[in-house]
Write a protein that binds this ligand. Structure first.
Ligand SMILES: Nc1nc2c(ncn2[C@@H]2O[C@H](COP(=O)(O)OP(=O)(O)OP(=O)(O)O)[C@@H](O)[C@H]2O)c(=O)[nH]1
Length: 617
């Protein structure tokens, strides 16, 4: 079973953490808003500060004319067993105040730090913790006094601004309203009650406090109000007698004032019967008990809200990416993971699943055959050129049986033409691969947050592709050169065995002018040579049409799949931690957002842990 200290202490802790993170309501459903708290509201001079000081048993609030409270003051009271009495501000955690006049000055100074000397108001709370044997565990939020008129130097809107700020605190369903009304004023005109009625019509969250009972006109009393007949609330009204201005001027001790207040009620003919339920000490206990009760009731919904928020924050973190680890090993691991993610996408492009790989087949199926077809063999094997090549090969002595050298030169010359389409295939596939690298980087979700690493991967992949292209180029050129280094002997043997039907008919078809017999024979023979070479080259072309794609895939596509980033991995493995961090550079906005989320997540998780610890005690 949780103790009172632990429950209120728990909420105190969470509230402080909320303020550190800038979560103090006003931004949708926040943890702060889910936490029950007591908000103190009242018109100017209603005795708000006096009630708070009386509850604390210390003078510590700034005084003065005009609007003194200009920022919410979250006052967390912690009862100490040791007798030590001191105060601490969340904004100055290292400093322990034992002099309460210094606390007052610090509240003033800290107010001005945010609002400037302009006397404007701000909804950013000041957190003050007071540790004392004279307090009960309680958290109160002191809010600016509701006012009717702006004083000099303040904008006209301040009246409305204050009301809006106070309303933003009291309208949340988890807020307990401490509505302070002076007894020497008509309850119907009380600013505090007016606002409380507006946001809590059933009066279940409102505690009515009547101050200045001692200042009522002779012959009148407040029993109508205190007994709940004048204005009904779910909770009993509490009457208070604070120090008068004269007491304050005389520096009457707060503890003495408490005693005097007790005596006032005990001896009062009007309120004697209510004495046990009157006074600031009673009020503090009442609030403390009530706050504890409310916290207990709210814990399940607070836990639900915390869990929901944790889920949402985790989902957002997943979306924008988890924070990067600080140590080199983890960074290296992360870079490798990111590279692998890229590699997966890249392979999907090649193997199918994502488009692009089919364009490589397009090179082999279209581009290469078309380029082979366009090669200028007609020109190279024209009668004139055949004659020229054969004659040159023969030299001073014409061939006797067959122009062996001529054949070889014609074939060599023709085969050289294949280098063009072979290299073009290598280049075409290279560009497809390069484009797929670019696409894959853009499509790798995990890489989106790391522009530097994207560039690094692109550079490394393109360097690798250049190497593969060079390898591919060498290999296809070698294939072409192999074709000229050793000819297929069988092809020519078969030719030899065949009758010369086809070629013999040709001269008749070609309406060549009649000439000497040997000339005719010579033409026939040249034509035959041309057509034999042409047939041979067609065969080579068919072979290369099949082997060039094999070489290209072997050297470029297969390697890209196998070892696109191998060199890169080796390089980063040797890199210093600083360079690894630099590779994981991110968009600063994103980093900021992530830090924010991580902090909030931390807050919510620790809040959950704290609640668990209390709930199981
Ligand atoms: N006699 C008597 N005087 C009181 C009582 N409560 C408050 N006062 C006096 O009323 C004046 C205003 O009290 P504060 O406690 O400063 O009131 P406040 O609501 O905090 O005022 P602002 O901060 O100006 O809005 C001071 O002079 C107090 O001494 C009371 O119960 N009896």
């Amino acid at each position: 079973m949780a103790t009172m200290e632990s429950l209120i202490g728990l909420v105190n802790k969470i509230q402080r953490a909320c303020t550190v993170l800038g979560d103090h309501g006003g931004q949708g459903m926040s943890l702060w808003e889910a936490l029950p708290s007591v908000a103190v509201v009242g018109g100017q001079s209603s005795g708000k500060s006096s009630v708070l000081e009386s509850i604390v048993g210390r003078d510590f609030l700034p005084r003065g004319s005009g609007i003194v409270t200009r920022r919410p003051l979250v006052l967390q009271l912690h009862k100490t067993a040791s007798g030590a009495e001191y105060a601490e501000f969340l904004h100055a955690p290292k400093r322990r105040f034992t002099d309460f006049a210094a606390v007052r000055k610090e509240i003033s100074d800290e107010t001005d730090r945010i609002t400037g000397k302009t006397k404007q108001i701000s909804n950013i709370p000041i957190h003050l913790s007071i540790y004392s044997p004279n307090v009960v565990n309680l958290t109160l939020i002191d809010l600016p006094g509701l006012t009717k008129v702006a004083v000099e130097g303040q904008s006209d809107s301040i009246v409305e601004d204050i009301e809006n700020m106070v309303r933003s605190y009291v309208e949340k369903p988890n807020s307990i309203i401490l509505a302070i009304t002076p007894a020497n004023q008509d309850i119907a005109t009380s600013d505090a009650i007016k606002l409380a009625r507006e946001v809590d019509p059933s009066g279940e969250r409102t505690f009515g406090v009547l101050t200045k009972l001692d200042l009522m006109d002779k012959g009148t009393n407040a029993t109508e109000v205190l007994e709940g007949r004048a204005y009904r609330l779910q909770h009993p009204w509490v009457g208070i007698v604070n120090r008068s201005q004269a007491d304050i001027n005389k520096n009457v001790d707060m503890i003495v004032a408490r005693r005097k207040e007790r005596e006032y009620f005990e001896t009062s003919p009007d309120y004697g019967h209510l004495a046990s339920r009157m006074g600031s000490e009673y009020l503090a206990k009442l609030l403390s008990q009530h706050l504890e009760l409310v916290i207990k009731q709210r814990i399940p919904s607070i836990i639900a809200m915390i869990n929901k928020t944790i889920d949402e924050l985790n989902a957002e973190l997943d979306r924008i990416g988890r924070p990067i680890a600080a140590d080199g090993g983890a960074q290296l691991y992360m870079i490798l993971e990111l590279c692998r993610a890229f590699d997966r996408v890249f392979k999907e492009h090649l193997d199918g699943g994502r488009p692009g790989g089919d364009r490589i087949y397009g090179v082999f199926d279209h581009q290469l055959p078309a380029a082979l077809k366009k090669l200028p063999f007609d020109r190279h094997l024209s009668l004139k050129n055949v004659q020229k090549v054969v004659n040159e090969a023969d030299g001073y002595q014409p061939h006797l049986i067959a122009p062996e050298q001529g054949y070889r030169r014609l074939i060599d010359g023709s085969i050289t033409y294949f280098k063009g389409p072979a290299e073009a295939s290598v280049d075409a596939v290279h560009f497809v691969l390069k484009e797929l690298v670019r696409k894959s980087i853009a499509e790798t979700e995990e890489l989106k947050r790391f522009p530097t690493l994207q560039t690094d991967i692109a550079t490394a992949a393109n360097e690798a592709l250049e190497r593969f292209r060079e390898e591919g180029r060498k290999t296809v050129i070698r294939l072409v050169e192999m074709e000229s280094s050793y000819l297929t002997v069988d092809f020519f043997r078969k030719l030899h065995a065949e009758p010369e039907r086809k070629t013999e008919r040709k001269p008749e078809k070609n309406a060549n002018p009649p000439g000497p017999n040997d000339d005719l024979y010579h033409d026939h023979s040249l034509r035959r040579i041309g057509s034999n070479v042409s047939a041979y080259i067609a065969m080579v072309s068919d072979t290369l049409k099949n082997t060039i794609p094999k070489a290209v895939v072997y050297c470029q596509v297969r390697e890209a799949k196998r070892s696109l980033l191998t060199n890169f991995y080796a390089q980063i493995g040797r890199r210093e931690k600083e360079r690894l961090s630099a590779m994981l550079d991110e968009d600063p906005h994103l980093m900021e957002r992530r830090t924010q989320i991580a902090k909030r997540l931390e807050l919510y998780k620790s809040a959950r842990d704290e609640i668990d610890a209390v709930a199981w005690k």
